[in-house]
Ligand binder design. Structure first.
Ligand code: GLP
Length: 245
């Protein structure tokens, strides 16, 4: 596991953008896994800048998002589908046909989850998966206690995650209770992982992820088992790391 400690959020985001851009340039028909949340926002701005000013070409890139709230249609402003189009996809030249999300409105959720897994497989697997991390150590919506071998499925969100994500909703009671999420096993199948964290609220989860024992209590700790995992954090998120990196 490679751990980079950057001075601040901007530097963390620039380093992450360099890694994503390198993948896009070296494999123009590659498969990218995208994450939502506040953390990757500046990374996405930097990718937009690289597309607009450096010609970074996404036209043959296939994308898979990690997760989606159950019950929110794609046009809902708090859906992850909407988030990705607003904050990245509509500003770059991704081909709509190659963009994939779990469907929050799927009728048969189990069948849909199986379909999602198949699509990833058919695309040849994810080359680079971008990840954030929850303060409780969740990745995507794999909350503490998730099976470390899990595949795409429906998960109940914990109270702390719903509280943390309430900031994006007008009223905390509107935060959905369930989400469809890639499993920990699905994420671990990606050829490369890029996990980002910024701010002191993530310091404990990052210390556990990089230095703690591997445990389902903190699903992100499984990243230690990945062959090509890069963790980029800012100084605040690195505050509880004890080893030298
Ligand atoms: C959500 C998402 C995760 C994300 C996490 C942290 O729960 N499902 O993919 O990593 O929040 O979000 P933020 O980056 O806003 O702290």
């Amino acid at each position: 596991m490679l751990v980079y400690i950057k001075e601040n959020y901007e530097e963390m985001s620039k380093e992450a953008a360099r890694i994503v851009a390198e993948l896009v340039r070296s494999k123009p028909s590659g498969v990218l896994g995208f994450a939502t949340g506040g953390t990757p926002l500046e990374l996405y701005k930097e990718l937009i800048r690289m597309h607009q000013h450096e010609g970074l070409d996404f036209s043959n890139i296939t994308t898979f998002n990690l997760d989606e709230y159950v019950g929110l249609p794609p046009e809902h402003p708090q859906s992850y589908h909407y988030f990705m189009w607003e904050n990245l996809f509509k500003h770059i030249n991704v081909d709509r046909r190659f963009v994939h999300f779990p469907k929050g409105m799927a009728q048969d959720i189990e069948a849909h989850c199986e379909w999602y897994e198949k699509q990833i497989e058919k695309a040849g697997g994810i080359d680079l998966q971008i990840l954030g991390i929850g303060a409780n150590g969740h990745i995507a919506f794999n909350e503490p206690g998730s099976s470390l071998g899990s595949r795409t499925r429906i998960k109940t969100l914990t109270g702390t995650t719903r509280e943390a994500n309430a900031r994006f909703f007008d009223d905390p009671s509107q935060v959905p209770k369930y989400a469809i999420t890639m499993g920990v096993g699905t994420i671990m199948d990606a050829k490369k992982l890029l996990l980002l964290a910024s701010g002191e609220s993530k310091a404990e989860a990052i210390a556990a992820t990089c230095e703690g024992p591997i445990t389902a209590k903190c699903p992100a700790t499984i990243v230690q088992m990945h062959r090509h995992a890069t963790v980029i954090v800012d100084q605040a998120a690195a505050a509880k790391l004890t080893m030298k990196y």
